[in-house]
Design a protein around this ligand. Sequence first.
Ligand SMILES: NC(=O)c1ccc[n+]([C@@H]2O[C@H](COP(=O)([O-])OP(=O)(O)OC[C@H]3O[C@@H](n4cnc5c(N)ncnc54)[C@H](OP(=O)(O)O)[C@@H]3O)[C@@H](O)[C@H]2O)c1
Length: 264
Amino acid sequence: MNSMLDRFRLDGQVAIITGSGRGIGAAIALAFADAGADVVISARTASEMEDTAAKVRTRGRRALVVPCDVLDAGQRAALVERGLAEFGRLDILVNNAGGWGPQPALQTSDEDFEACFRFNVTTAFSLSRICVPHMVRTAGKGAIVNISSMAGHHPQPGFVAYGVGKAAMSWMTQELAQEFAPKVRVNAIGVGATRTTALTNFMNDEMERVMNERTPLGRLGDPEDVAACALYLASPAAAYVTGEVVGVHGGITTSQVSMPRAAI
Ligand SMILES: NC(=O)c1ccc[n+]([C@@H]2O[C@H](COP(=O)([O-])OP(=O)(O)OC[C@H]3O[C@@H](n4cnc5c(N)ncnc54)[C@H](OP(=O)(O)O)[C@@H]3O)[C@@H](O)[C@H]2O)c1
């Protein structure tokens, strides 16, 4: 008798995960390996990628390290090509590399705004476009998981570049889900404040206290909270789910951080 838990397995599948040297991307790589997938680890810092890859291998799965700055079109194409050359198939793409710090609107140049959009949206669009035909050709189907943010759902001062970028990523998820159905499912995770270096680099104790207080579940997220959702969305357990932005944010209904309004 098959167990319901079998639907969460990824045995024989291959996943490309961008930004998987540390933080959320690394946690997703380990979750996928736990579920039986081989993974392509990519980011820019070699030591961190090797660290994630070693942890994948201790789980009995294969890991291929491919350095890739997602902002470089040639490196994006090479990432997919090297993954296919090594594993011969592609089932899952996780568009995780992204981010942008808080930046007051009047101090956000046009170039900053476009750079943030390119980092969070265009790179994910480009990789999706490259991967989908290979998924269908080599695996007959596929799943894309986009790592979005509640910053794209809760408007707040200081986050115009990042918020617009992640809102666009969430909308792109819904658009591509319509277009790539029924063979390729496309979902996103609306991530809330999660304990990674991207957050802790600018968080102090007082900020954390306020963020915990504003979060109904009373704490920041851990990368593994997001990884568990990514595993669900990538796996056959979510075979009838596409075009969703699933929140993993402790129940917030508004912003967790307070930045000043413009002094105008
Ligand atoms: N942490 C949060 O509170 C939070 C909340 C909402 C959404 N998110 C989203 O979650 C995703 C992951 O963030 P995180 O918190 O895990 O960040 P993180 O801990 O800083 O990790 C980011 C990963 O992406 C890689 N990366 C950065 N720039 C890259 C580039 N140009 N090309 C390829 N890889 C790159 C980094 O490695 P290298 O620097 O070596 O390249 C690292 O492996 C982002 O999309 C972020 O917007 C995070």
